[in-house]
Structure formats: C-alpha cells, structure tokens
Design a protein around this ligand. Structure first.
Ligand SMILES: [Zn+2]
Length: 187
C-alpha cells in the first residue's frame, strides 16, 4: 500500500471540516509535537497557554523540525486553532489545523517541514475535495504561519477552489511562499 493509500485508509473524513488552517508553533524549532500538544492542553495555572486549556490541544498535525508529521488527534475532534473568527464562519468547529515547530520570524522553516506540509495539504485535499485552505494570518492579526499560505498553495498546484484567498489583515500579502524563503537562503 502506498503512503497516500495508507493515509486515506487511516483517516476517516469528518463531516464538520470545511477549512484547513496552516499555523506555526512560533517557538523553539526543536519543540516536539508531544510537548506542544501538552502545553496547549494545560490550563494557564499549570503553565499552559490559555485560561482553561484546550482538551484537544491546538492542532491535528504537527510537523517537527526534521519533517516528521505527528498526528495528534482525530479529524473529528475540535481543537483550539482559530477560536471564532468574524470571517465566513471560520471557527474551531469547522476547521482542521496543521502546524510546525519554529517559525518565530518570517521565513523560518526547514525544507523538510515545507515538503512534509506540502504532502499533508495534498493528502488532506484528497480526503476533503471541497476543503478551503488558508493561513491563520488571513483571519487573525498575527504572524502565523510565518509565510504566505496562498502563495504556497498556488506554488504546489492546489486548485483555486481549495484556496481561501481573502487576506483580511493584509499580512499574507507581505510574506512569501516558504519555498521562496528557502531559495533566498540558498537552502
Ligand atoms: Zn495560528
């Protein structure tokens, strides 16, 4: 069985999913998926990120520095990825979240991470033919991910119907595709 077939075999599509959101962990590039998962689950009082924590963490998949993708929770489970946005009904309840270690500044991402993210986006698009992909920064005023999701999605050949193109805060417009950052750095 090819890796693509195995992915489709192991992932049961969740009806709730309409959007796929790309993020960065915006922290230590060496952070493990497990560490980030536990950190986002913990309440603030126990050293976590949010007041009450998030029972399922923030992301469904997390890509570590060496390109290893760790699947953290089933697609059916709602994670705290975007909260509730005022844009096109995009909220935790109808989104799938992919993130990666590092990315504190624009263009900080390893080639292995970009390649693995490309593969994930394509695998999930096969599972969810109507999904619309976006970067968190298109619906929230933050450098997350630290690259332009629309430029990335077009560069890897994702169809226009699967690209959410509105850039509500104008942040994505100031960023490049992650492959472009790698080319500039000569990596
Ligand atoms: Zn984010």
């Amino acid at each position: 069985m090819s890796e693509e077939d195995l992915f489709l075999h192991l992932h049961k599509p969740a009806k709730r999913i309409k959007f796929g959101v790309l993020h960065t962990g915006a922290g230590n590039p060496k952070a493990t998926a497990r560490w980030v998962y536990e950190y986002l689950r913990k309440p603030l009082a126990q050293g976590g990120r949010w007041e009450d924590g998030s029972p399922n963490g923030g992301y469904h998949v997390f890509v570590e520095l060496d390109g290893t993708a760790v699947f953290l929770v089933e697609d059916e489970l709602v994670t705290y990825g975007v909260g509730t946005t005022p844009f096109d009904g995009i909220k935790n309840g109808n989104t799938l979240h992919i993130s990666y270690a590092g990315g504190l500044n624009a263009g900080i991402i390893s080639r292995a991470q970009v390649e693995r993210t490309e593969k994930l986006v394509k695998q999930y698009t096969a599972l969810y033919p109507e999904i619309e992909w976006l970067g968190h920064n298109q619906v929230s005023r933050k450098l997350c991910p630290s690259y332009s999701a629309p430029k990335f999605l077009r560069e890897i050949g994702i169809q226009e119907k699967n690209i959410y193109d509105k850039d509500h805060y104008g942040i994505a417009a100031t960023l490049k595709s992650p492959y472009e950052y790698l080319r500039i750095k000569g990596e």
